[in-house]
Structure formats: C-alpha cells, structure tokens
Design a protein around this ligand. Structure first.
Ligand SMILES: N[C@@H](CCC(=O)N[C@@H](CS)C(=O)NCC(=O)O)C(=O)O
Length: 401
C-alpha cells in the first residue's frame, strides 16, 4: 500500500492531531508573559531576566484575581515577577514611580518589571483586572509578591518612612546583610567625599533650610572659581535612611541639613549662616582649596579620613605619652585600634602642626581624632575617660564592644 493511500485512510486522525497541536501552541503563547511582552516591543522593560522566581508559581494569588485574557495576563506577570509596576508611558506619576524603583535598582540591584498598559490593545481590561486586586484603578499600580502596595503617592510615602525598604527586606528581596554591607561602604564613601570637597552639604533640597544653605554656597562659586562643592540630596537616594544615619554618626548632628567645610562639620544652615555673616566662610574656603594644600596637610587629612582613631603625637612630649598609654590600655582591655603619627619624625613638623590647626583649631600635641573629629588633647582624653564619656563614644561608634 502506497504512503498516499495510508495518509488518505488516516486523514481524520491526522487532522485531529494537527488541531490539538495548534491549540496547545496557541494556549501556551497566550499565557506566556514573555510572548505577550515581546509582542509589545522594547518599552515594556523586563529587568529580572533569567530564571528568577523559580519557586514562585506555587504562591497563591488573591481569590478575586478574575477571569478573562487580561486577568490571566495580569496573573501571569504577577506570578513571574516579584516587583511589578503596571504603568502608562504618558503618565507623570508612573514616571515618578519608575524613577524611584530605578534608584532601588541602582543602589541595591533590585529588579522590577514594568508593564506599559497603554501599549496594549486590552488596556481597559487590564485596568479592570487591576481594580479587583488594588483599592484603586489608576496607574501606576505597584505589586510586591503579587500584593498591591499602592499607587505613586503610597509608594513614595512608604519610601520616605522606610516601609518600602522593610517590605523588600521581609520579602527577602533585600537581604539585611546587604544593607549592613552597604552602610559600611557608605560610611567610607561619605568620609571620602567630605575630605575631597571644600564644601559638602547633606540635606533634602525640598527642605527650606537645605535650599538656603545651598544658596549661600552658590553665592561663593563666582568668587572661588572651581570650588569643589557637592550637595547630596537625600530625596534622590534609595538609601536615604542609611545615609542620614551615616551623616548623623560622622557629624554628631541630629538633623539635616549638615554642612561640612574643609572636612569639618560647621553645623546646619544656621552654623553656615553664622560663618557667612562673620566673613569667616570666605577665609575658610580660601584655606581649603585643595590646590593650596601642602603635602603635609594632604597627608594629615588622609590619615584622619582613613583611620577611625587617629593620634597626632610627638615622641618626646609627656602629654602625648600619657594619651598613648591610656589608648594602649583601651586596646588591651577592649581591642581598640588606633593609629599614631609622630609629628617630630615628619619631614616638616611645623606644616603638620599648621594643618592640624587649620583642621581642628588645636595647635598642641597630642591631637586625637575619632571618626574625623578632634576630641581634644591629653587632658580632654583623661577627663572624658574619667567621666565614662569616652567609653560611651567609642561604643556608640562601634569601635569597642
Ligand atoms: N593641655 C594639652 C597640653 C599639650 C601640650 O602642651 N603639648 C606640647 C608638647 S608636650 C605642645 O604641643 N607644644 C607645642 C608644640 O610642640 O608645637 C594636652 O593635654 O594635650
């Protein structure tokens, strides 16, 4: 029997096989998020590429997730991606939400998925499907682990009070260990930034005092061409809470803005305003121009920045010896680490002294710095130790346990 005759006899079976095969292919495609998104083009950004959420399909979706193709689409996106923004390309609130998530991506590597609903033919159905999952039916709608956490205002409010970070931490998307590592790195980079710039302001530009502080510094930019000035706007950062903590630890100032001039903290807006009004700010800005720093000053600033407890001493000075003895005892008892520079062994001890005078206002040895700030000489150290203040300070800074 020829092949043609066999095929003819079994034509019904073949037709059935082909029909079932086509149906399977079609249904796979309509439930494949990637397929739908591919069809949408590049504007739907799929950040979390490559095999994430392997465990996730078992997670339950809300009972009222709805039926119909748009509901199925929404559900499959939510099953596949842990952070999802349903957005519209034209909506400014959506842009703001995406910008915020992009900051979390940049700072902590958090991946998120954006669905641009206005690029879909079934936008209204998607909107409808979202309304059954969220309290609202507007764009954007943001989901974490298939739970709606709100629109743009809600997400920004949660970002401001730390709830958003907490949601990511609890979902295991942002491990606590990563936050801790980030804070250690932040402490170092913040110290470096302060040391490398003539003026550094940490604040929120939306806050009047921060804006006023920035305006004062901008006024000096004509006079001091090339002034190394940085304004760090905490509102622009995903890690604003940690950065605020780090600035508080470095400066001892409880609130923002905090202004550093020539590596030293001068207080907030009021402190800066006082320096400005007295004419002192102009003098300090001339003094702190990096190009005018001596080699000794650069070395002194670097030592202060790189060593959490830094002692400037003189080998023959009894006050220095007494201070080093006390710090040595704290090293033995509590494991305190400290670094000593013997100024009289340097090429130009007078330059070291001048640099210390400029940085801390102190012209005698020893001069002891903790986390970039001078805590005084030997007598101050003994007094702070006797009152228990020194131990408290070192404990708070995590320098002893
Ligand atoms: N009250 C200060 C006294 C320190 C002091 O007088 N140090 C002397 C050296 S022992 C000093 O620095 N003199 C100026 C210099 O050597 O340039 C303290 O406790 O540190």
């Amino acid at each position: 029997m020829s092949l043609a005759v066999t095929l003819y006899r079994h034509r019904l079976v073949l037709a059935l096989v082909l029909a079932v095969g086509t149906l399977c292919l079609l249904s796979t495609r309509s439930f494949s998020v990637d397929g739908v998104l591919d069809a949408l083009g590049d504007d739907s950004r799929d950040r979390p590429r490559g095999g994430i959420n392997r465990h996730w399909p078992e997670a339950p979706l809300p009972a009222d997730a709805g039926q119909g193709p748009a509901s199925h689409f929404v559900q499959s996106v939510l099953r596949k991606h842990r952070i999802v923004v349903f957005s519209k390309t034209t909506c400014p609130h959506c842009k703001a939400t995406k910008a915020l998530l992009e900051r979390y991506h940049g700072q902590y590597g958090l991946r998120y998925m954006v669905v641009e609903a206005d690029q879909r033919k079934d936008m209204d159905d998607v909107k409808h499907a979202l309304a059954s999952l969220c309290q609202h039916s507007t764009f954007p709608s943001v989901f974490v682990d298939a739970r709606c956490i709100g629109g743009n205002d809600d997400v920004y409010a949660k970002h401001a009070n730390g709830d958003l970070q907490q949601i990511f931490v609890e979902a295991g998307l942002l491990p606590r260990s990563k936050l801790e590592q980030h804070k250690v790195a932040l402490l170092e980079s913040t110290r470096k930034l302060i040391a490398d710039n003539s003026v550094t302001v940490y604040g929120r530009m939306a806050d009047t005092n921060a804006a006023k502080a920035a305006a004062i510094i901008q006024g000096y930019q004509h006079e001091h061409a090339g002034l190394a000035y940085r304004f760090i706007d905490l509102d622009e950062r995903a890690d604003h809470l940690q950065l605020a903590e780090v600035v508080r630890e470095i400066s001892g100032q409880p609130s923002l803005p905090v202004v550093f001039v020539g590596g030293s903290e001068v207080g907030g807006y009021k402190g800066l305003q006082r320096l400005h009004a007295s004419g002192e700010l102009s003098k300090r800005l001339i003094d702190t121009k990096t190009s005018e720093q001596s080699a000794a000053e650069r070395k002194v600033r670097q030592l202060i920045q790189r060593n959490r407890v830094m002692v400037f001493s003189k080998t023959y000075c009894p006050y220095s010896s007494k201070a080093k003895r006390l710090l040595g005892k704290l090293k033995e008892q509590h494991g305190l680490q400290f670094t000593v520079l013997e100024a009289d062994k340097e090429a130009d001890p007078m330059e070291v002294k001048a640099a210390l005078g400029k940085i801390s206002g102190r012209l005698t040895f020893p001069n002891i710095f903790v986390d970039g700030r001078s805590i005084g000489g030997s007598d101050d150290l003994q007094a702070q130790h006797a009152s228990g203040e020194l131990i408290k300070l070192l404990q708070k800074a995590g320098l002893i346990s």
